[in-house]
Structure formats: C-alpha cells, structure tokens
Design a protein around this ligand. Structure first.
Ligand code: HEC
Ligand code: HEC
Ligand code: HEC
Ligand code: HEC
Length: 362
C-alpha cells in the first residue's frame, strides 16, 4: 500500500466513525418510546462502563444509636444539627469530612478558636449546605430527588469545591466596535457541549426565571414574539441538559413535537422540577453565602460559584446511577427547625412550581 492509499484508508475510516455519531463504535440503541417515533438512546458500552466506574458511591460509616444526650445539650453552637444524638452528630461530622475535605480533615471548617467558633467561612458555608441538602431531599423528593436522594458527596465527590460549578460569564474581551459584540455566541463553550450556542444559558434560566419555552401554538405567526436568538439560548440550555445526564434529546422529548407535554416521557416533568429546584438552590442558599466568601471563591462579576444540572448528575441520568446513599444518612433527609430558619426560602413549593405542564403547542 503506498502512502496516498494509506491516507485515503484512514480518511474513509474517520468518515465512517463520524457517520456513526459522536459515540465510540460499536454502539447500542435502546428503544424508549413507540416504535417508529425515533425515541431512542444511543449508548456506547465502552464509554458507559467508564462512566459507571467513575460514579461509585463510597461505603457508609456504620450506623450509631439515635438515643442518648442530644448535640445541643453537649455543644455550644449547633444551629441546624442540635436535635441529633451526640453519636449521630459525630458520625455525620466524620462523613462530611470524608465527602468534602478528606485531605484537609476537620480543620477545613474548624480553626484555631475551637469547634464552637464560626471563625472559618467554610464552616458557615457548610451550615447553609446542610440546610440546602435537607431541603433537596424533603421538599424536592417527590418531584425530583427520591428515592436516590442527595448527600454532600453527590456534588462534592471528595473535593471542597464541586467539579462542576459556574459563575456569570462576561464573555471574551472583544476589540471595540458595536458590531463586534457576539451577544454570547460564536465562542465554543464546554457549558453548551462545545457548540457555539450562547455560552451562558445559566444566568437567565438557572438563576433568573426567564421563559425557556418559545414555540408558538398557532399555525400562523400571530402573537408569538419569540426570536431566533431566544431559541438559541433555549437550545444552549438543552445541550447542557443532555450533556449533564449523558442522554439524547429524546430522553425527555418526542422530537416530532418538542414542545408538546402529552407526547413527552415523564423524565421531562422531572427535569421541569429540576430547573425550579436549581433556581431555588442558587438564589436562596448559595446566594446567601456571598457575604462571607473570599474573592477566590467568586466569579469575575463578584457572584458565588453556582450549581447546574451537572453539579449533581455528572454525566449520569441519575446521580451515581441511582446508588441510594441517603438511606444511610437519615439526618440529611428532613429539614430541622434550625435549617428552615437559617435561609430565606420562604415561598411555598406550590407557588414555585405552579403551572408545570400547561401549554406547549400541539
Ligand atoms: C465541611 C465542614 C465541616 C467539617 C469538615 C467538619 N465540621 Fe464540625 N461542624 C461543621 C458545622 C457547619 C458545624 C455547626 C453545625 C450546626 O450549626 O448545627 C460543626 C460543628 C461541630 C462541633 C460542635 C461544636 C460546638 O460546640 O458547637 C463539633 C464538636 C464538631 N463540629 C466536630 C468536628 C470534627 C471532629 C470534625 C472532623 C472529623 C468536623 N467537625 C469536621 C462543619 C464541619
Ligand atoms: C447540590 C450540590 C451541592 C451539595 C449537595 C452540597 N454542596 Fe457544598 N458546595 C456546592 C457549591 C456549588 C459550592 C460553591 C458555592 C459556595 O461556596 O457558596 C459549595 C461549597 C461548599 C463549601 C465551601 C468550600 C470552599 O472551599 O470554598 C463547603 C465547606 C461545602 N460546600 C460543604 C458542603 C457540605 C458539608 C454538604 C453536605 C451537607 C454540601 N456542601 C452539599 C454544591 C453542593
Ligand atoms: C432532561 C430532560 C431534557 C432533555 C435531555 C432535553 N430537554 Fe428540551 N426541555 C426540557 C424541559 C423540562 C423543557 C420545558 C422547560 C420549561 O417549560 O420551563 C424543555 C423545553 C424545550 C424546548 C422548548 C419547547 C417550547 O415549549 O417552546 C425545546 C425546543 C427543546 N426543549 C429542545 C430540546 C433539544 C433540541 C434537546 C437536545 C439537545 C433537548 N431539548 C433536551 C427537558 C429536556
Ligand atoms: C441536587 C442534585 C440534583 C440536581 C442539581 C439536579 N438533579 Fe436531576 N436528579 C437528582 C436525583 C437524586 C435523581 C434521581 C431520582 C430517582 O431516584 O429517581 C435525579 C433524576 C433526574 C431525572 C430522572 C432520570 C430518570 O431516568 O428517571 C431527570 C430527567 C433529571 N434528574 C433532570 C435534571 C435536570 C434537567 C437538572 C438541571 C435543571 C437536574 N436534574 C438537576 C438530583 C439532582
């Protein structure tokens, strides 16, 4: 074989790989909807095995009795975990250390002034995090997180700052002129699957409550004022959903009618609630930590590191592929009175989630 033939051969091979889609061949196709509707998931077994291996839950620390003196009777400054037995309290401190700061140990949150002092910002953040985790499990359990549930490990995976966080993105510096401003586009961005879709769909949709829907529900363009630009922002967010869960669009939509709820699988409703849960976490919990965060933990616009779908999911359709970690840590399953007091999340869930599946075109 001469050189040019060899190059041709490699070219054909690459073209075939390209045609098979973005997954490493051989791929498997799993049908998830009616035959002929294209409701399929394309899975590469090799990549899938690697992802499963990277998403294993750690072993639980052996349980301890919930009886005996309470933490609030023994310790001085326990605002959210006071009702735990002293044994449960110490077990949870050990677990938190393993999940969040295994290398740094207890001193990541506790400083020179002793365990009761709030001298380290990390301890104050951790208190908010405990309240946020409890709320994710109690209030959002039925609509999103149960039965798998959420622990600190779901996001942190043994690191003080979770791997997947975001801050407001001011975009690249552009030379001068008005015409050069890309309105958030034409910069390949990891957040939207390396497409050149708008690179920060998070600020409007996962912190703000901008409208994600833009399809009209009449045959003629009467009344629907949504622009192509808005559509591209929605598309950017949808790329993030697919990447975060490691799924195709058809995991949540019937592609013949993206907007229609009747033809969408139940996973889309889960996602709808997920959006509202993430907004609440970013505004009412993480938003509250900004007062005591050091500058190194803020973005260029001075906002805190926030979470999105991938912060928990990390490429899996259920975080840790559904490993039920929470059952071993029932103290994180319900909100304590102190947790409810700590944060400003005052709206009832009903008002946050009103109008779930209305509209959406036929
Ligand atoms: C990721 C942060 C974090 C780590 C790591 C951590 N703690 Fe804590 N600790 C807290 C928070 C937050 C509180 C306050 C809980 C509350 O307000 O109910 C606390 C409170 C305490 C208290 C109660 C002190 C008092 O008198 O009020 C003790 C004791 C304690 N921790 C021990 C430990 C030990 C031992 C370790 C290591 C095995 C540890 N902690 C690791 C965040 C942490
Ligand atoms: C839903 C995802 C999520 C969960 C669950 C979660 N965290 Fe966090 N955590 C974050 C994000 C995002 C940040 C960065 C934002 C900030 O610092 O306010 C963070 C920051 C922190 C920090 C500050 C670290 C630093 O070096 O600045 C501590 C400490 C912490 N978390 C402890 C905890 C503990 C303890 C739990 C469990 C009770 C927990 N987290 C559960 C997402 C999460
Ligand atoms: C994990 C589930 C999920 C995945 C995966 C997903 N979507 Fe969505 N999509 C939703 C939800 C939920 C909404 C509605 C959001 C709302 O109403 O606030 C939506 C809305 C939309 C809309 C707007 C419909 C309207 O009413 O105007 C379009 C278009 C869309 N998605 C396209 C896509 C595309 C294209 C992909 C793949 C790149 C995708 N989606 C992947 C859950 C998903
Ligand atoms: C606080 C962590 C957390 C965050 C953030 C989060 N999820 Fe989830 N999600 C979960 C858990 C836990 C489950 C598993 C529930 C179960 O056991 O069925 C889940 C399940 C789902 C499912 C159902 C999967 C299935 O196969 O049944 C969808 C769809 C989903 N999430 C979409 C989203 C989207 C979209 C976002 C971002 C807007 C998001 N999630 C953000 C924790 C989270």
């Amino acid at each position: 074989m001469n050189n040019s033939m060899r190059i041709l051969g490699v070219g054909i091979l690459l073209a075939t790989v390209g045609l098979a889609g973005c997954e490493k061949p051989p791929v498997e196709v799993v049908q998830r909807g009616y035959r002929g509707t294209g409701m399929e998931q394309v899975i590469s077994p090799g990549t899938f095995q690697e992802k499963v291996a990277a998403n294993q839950a750690p072993e639980a620390i052996p349980a301890v009795p919930a009886t005996g003196p309470k933490a609030k009777d023994i310790y001085q400054n326990v605002q959210v975990l006071g009702d735990l037995s002293a044994g449960e309290f110490n077990r949870l401190m050990a677990a938190i250390t393993e999940w969040v700061s295994p290398e740094e140990g207890c001193t990541y949150c506790h400083g020179m002034e002793g365990f009761a002092a709030d001298d380290k910002y990390t301890k104050k953040v951790a208190r908010v995090m405990i309240a946020m985790t409890q709320r994710a499990n109690e209030e959002w359990g039925d609509n999103h997180t149960a039965p798998t549930g959420v622990t600190c490990y779901t996001c942190h995976r043994g690191q003080p700052v979770p791997e997947y966080v975001w801050t407001e993105n001011p975009g690249p510096k552009m030379p001068g002129s008005f015409a050069a401003h890309p309105t958030g586009q034409n910069q390949a961005s990891a957040q939207v699957g390396y497409t050149s879709l708008p690179y920060d769909p998070f600020t409007p949709y996962l912190e703000g409550d901008a409208d994600i829907r833009m399809a009209g529900d009449t045959a003629l363009p009467t009344g629907n004022r949504k622009s192509i630009k808005q559509t591209e922002w929605t598309y950017g967010l949808m790329m993030h959903f697919s990447e975060s869960l490691g799924v195709n669009c058809t995991y949540c939509h019937n592609s013949r009618a993206f907007a229609n709820w009747e033809q969408s699988p139940p996973t889309r409703l889960k996602a709808w609630h997920g959006i509202r849960m993430v907004r609440e976490m970013n505004n009412d919990y993480i938003g509250d930590t900004v007062d005591y965060l050091p500058d190194t933990r803020k973005g260029p616009m001075g906002d805190p590191l926030k979470l999105a779908c991938n912060t928990c999911h990390q490429g899996a359709y259920k975080p840790l592929y559904g490993a039920p970690m929470l059952k071993d840590y029932p103290n994180l399953a319900t909100q304590s009175a102190g947790s409810k007091q700590l944060i400003s999340a005052s709206e009832s869930l009903e008002s946050v989630t009103a109008g779930a599946t209305g509209g959406g075109g036929e």
